[in-house]
Ligand binder design. Structure first.
Ligand code: ATP
Ligand code: MG
Length: 352
């Protein structure tokens, strides 16, 4: 039996861009799937197909037991969505925005009011509740949008980069809210650029690149795939990098990588703390002063880089890639995407 979110062979092309190239997903009820991938991988497109905002060219999707292509309206009643770009009504206050969502979902006025007050409190918006949303900061809008997705508690939730632009405290709080939701039985698909977030929240992770799921597993399984532990050393003086490299080569099980500007050397090892002690003795014996040394397990970052060949750092141009239908971000986003198109055209011109 398929899970609460199920997708099979989703394909979507935009002109000559193959945004989805056969995406398969299966998210068991009551669990969190973290969808990870570099900019332009197809995360938002996947979310838009699953939430009925976009028709795929091919494939099948079932959400909350309902066929997404055959019964989109029913699906909409069973899901909550917080898109990559906050979609709030600028002219309504925070409170009015949330109450409006309650009314759209046919909540009783009193219930909508109570739920609104509770959410404003939880998302640290109580003080700004009666100001129009257009006066909100980026992080406040994002929080209001997330609160709006939680007015009714749908069985299946989609959050596209829910914590992008949130400060650390608000991010932590949102993590808490998400954990409570899931403990209450909600199934969640979230996309994120913060690998730490997927590590923390997701039961299962799907790594997407070029419109395909290229790896799948728990955070630990993915880390195990990338290989074992490594020793990381920061030497005090730049001109000792070469000698430190020699030392590490003697202990390493693979190539030593060097980051010149931070004076950091990293080498894969096996042997744990005992080996680390030996490395320290050897460096000390050669009079190589160190600022920092440690043994570290692969992070999701390492997994990501080894799977996709690049990191998860945001790319300004991809960020501004044109998206439609994600809601109230028209002005600035459109300007940014026009700028990006301009640059793209200029680049093509040069390439010719
Ligand atoms: N409406 C559209 N028209 C044309 N191309 C699109 C459209 N939507 C998405 N694309 C393209 O499809 C590809 C996948 O985009 P998508 O938004 O799904 O990526 P993403 O993984 O969400 O990236 P990000 O991390 O930047 O949010 C990109 O190359 C993008 O430019
Ligand atoms: Mg996206």
């Amino acid at each position: 039996m398929p899970g609460a979110i199920y997708a099979e062979g989703l394909v979507k092309t935009f002109g000559d861009v193959r945004a989805l190239d056969g995406v398969d997903l299966d998210v068991p009820e009551g669990t969190v799937l973290g969808l990870l991938g570099p900019n332009g991988a197809g995360k938002t497109t996947t979310v838009r197909v699953l939430t009925t905002l976009l028709q795929p060219d091919r494939g099948r999707a079932v959400v909350a037991g309902i066929d997404v292509l055959k019964h989109p309206n029913e699906v909409r009643r069973s899901i909550g969505l917080s898109g990559q770009f906050a979609a709030v009504d600028e002219y309504l206050t925070g409170r009015e925005n949330l109450q409006m969502v309650g009314r759209l979902y046919q909540m009783k006025a009193r219930a909508a009011k109570a739920r609104t007050a509770e959410l404003l409190e939880r998302f640290n918006l109580a003080d700004a509740a009666d100001r129009p949303a257009k006066t909100y900061s980026g992080g406040m809008r994002r929080r209001l949008d997330l609160a709006a997705a939680l007015v009714v508690s749908p069985p299946v939730m989609f959050m596209d980069e829910p914590t992008t632009g949130l400060d650390p405290r608000n991010r932590q709080q949102l993590w808490g809210i998400i954990q409570e939701l899931v403990a209450g039985g909600t199934t969640l698909l979230l996309t994120t650029q913060y690998l730490e977030e997927a590590d923390h929240l997701a039961h299962d992770i799907a790594v997407v690149d070029h419109g395909k799921v290229i790896a799948r597993g728990t955070s630990d399984q993915l880390k195990a795939r990338t290989g074992g532990e490594r020793v990381e050393v920061v030497v005090h003086e730049r001109d000792r990098i070469a000698s430190a490299r020699e030392v590490l080569a003697g202990f390493g099980k693979g190539e030593t990588s060097v980051e010149e500007h931070t004076r950091k050397l990293t080498v894969p090892v096996s042997g744990g703390a005992k080996l680390l002690a030996e490395v320290i003795r050897e460096l000390d014996g050669r009079g190589i002063e160190i600022d920092d040394i440690g043994l570290r397990r692969p992070t999701l970052d390492d997994v990501f880089i080894s799977l996709t060949g690049h990191g998860a750092e945001r790319d300004a141009e991809q960020d501004a890639a044109p998206h439609d239908g994600d809601g109230g971000h028209a002005g600035a986003a459109a300007a940014r995407s026009r700028a990006a198109e301009g640059r793209e055209a200029a680049r093509k011109e040069t390439a010719r």
